[in-house]
Design a protein around this ligand. Structure first.
Ligand code: ZN
Length: 140
């Protein structure tokens, strides 16, 4: 872990299919996230360069496979964020207030969702991980 870990800086690859292995990976990620008392976790944080993350969305832990943002508000809001891979570091990060994402769920079904405020922030943080971006990149 840490910002010098090369896997955290790599852009992840799309997942071609929701296999048993993918489901197992999601289960492991959920456990890791809960143990660490986090609100989201991306596959590179556990050493896998795959486009998978889990995130707390409207209070519900949701797995996002091949997620991408298809719409985002011009308006941003700034709030403090931490990261399970960067213990003790806190950064003021601007995020779009309102986003629409598409993703595949753990059953292999395509979904589209609008996210606001905290849920939008958590997902933008996790999607950054999938593109090799960390909160320290936003530090002034
Ligand atoms: Zn993070």
């Amino acid at each position: 872990m840490g910002e010098d870990n090369p896997i955290l800086r790599k852009k992840t690859k799309n997942v071609p299919a929701v296999t048993k292995e993918v489901k197992k990976l999601i289960k492991d990620m959920v456990e890791t996230m809960k143990k660490a008392d986090g609100v989201g976790l991306a596959a590179p944080q556990i050493g896998l360069s795959q486009r998978i993350c889990v995130a707390m969305i409207e209070g519900k832990l949701t797995a996002l496979i091949n997620a991408k943002i298809i719409k985002k508000s011009k308006e941003k809001e700034v709030d403090q964020e931490g990261c399970l891979s960067l213990p003790g570091i806190w950064v003021q990060v601007p995020r779009h207030v309102d986003i629409v994402i598409t993703f595949t769920d753990e059953k292999g079904k395509k979904q589209e969702r609008q996210l606001l405020h905290f849920s939008a922030r958590v997902v933008q943080h996790e999607l950054d991980h999938l593109d090799g971006v960390l909160i320290v990149d936003y530090a002034a």
